[in-house]
Design a protein around this ligand. Structure first.
Ligand code: SF4
Length: 191
């Protein structure tokens, strides 16, 4: 595995702008991304992060790459995802949740109201008067958890739960060198 990003800086007059977000995700994909460890120092020579859990930027701006973790489970996820699609030249579904809904989509087998009642109303041990939260500030849940390609066009899918750090590295090296990303068999997994 190469430890140097093979980017032709002569043809890259600016740093790549990269935005990342976790929608209905667990932040495990972001954690795995950070597992590239000291290679982050190389990456940061070529990349400037826009909106991301790694920055304090609240709204996504014009970017070269958008990395999306998690599927969509509520209205806010949909709005954020659409903003990423509108602003990112290349949009990547990173991880099983973004690709097919992942484990959170297991709730699709149940009626949403039943799930909410089970968690907030019916469970033993809840305090007296416990009810399903209904503050208007809370984003309404979608009836089903959906993969991001059900909402917007996706350019690339990076599989794994999470994708490994080496898979992230290989994928970004390819993308930033102008190659179509290609994961070797060893880096391609869905678990
Ligand atoms: S794909 Fe796995 S690691 Fe990534 S957000 Fe989903 S559950 Fe977490």
């Amino acid at each position: 595995m190469s430890t140097l990003m093979n980017v032709d800086t002569a043809h890259q007059p600016h740093k790549w702008k990269v935005a990342t977000v976790s929608l209905a995700g667990c932040f495990g994909c972001h954690t795995s991304f950070l597992d590239i460890d000291e290679r982050l120092l190389t990456l940061i020579e070529h990349v400037e992060f826009d909106r991301s859990p790694l920055t304090d930027i609240k709204e996504v701006g014009k970017c070269d790459i958008g990395l999306i973790e998690g599927g969509v489970c509520n209205a806010e996820n949909v709005a954020v995802l659409r903003a990423f699609r509108a602003n990112c030249k290349t949009l990547v579904a990173m991880g099983a949740c973004a690709i097919n809904g992942g484990l959170p989509a297991e709730r699709n087998r149940f009626d949403l109201v039943d799930v909410l009642n089970e968690v907030y109303h019916d469970r033993p041990g809840l305090s007296e008067g416990s009810a399903i939260p209904n503050d208007p500030e809370l984003p309404p849940l979608l009836r089903q958890v959906r993969p991001i390609h059900a909402v917007v066009h996706v350019d690339y899918f990076l599989p794994g739960c999470p994708p490994s750090a080496d898979a992230f590295w290989s994928f970004l090296n390819d993308l930033m060198a102008g190659r179509t990303p290609h994961l070797t068999h060893a880096l391609m997994h869905y678990d």
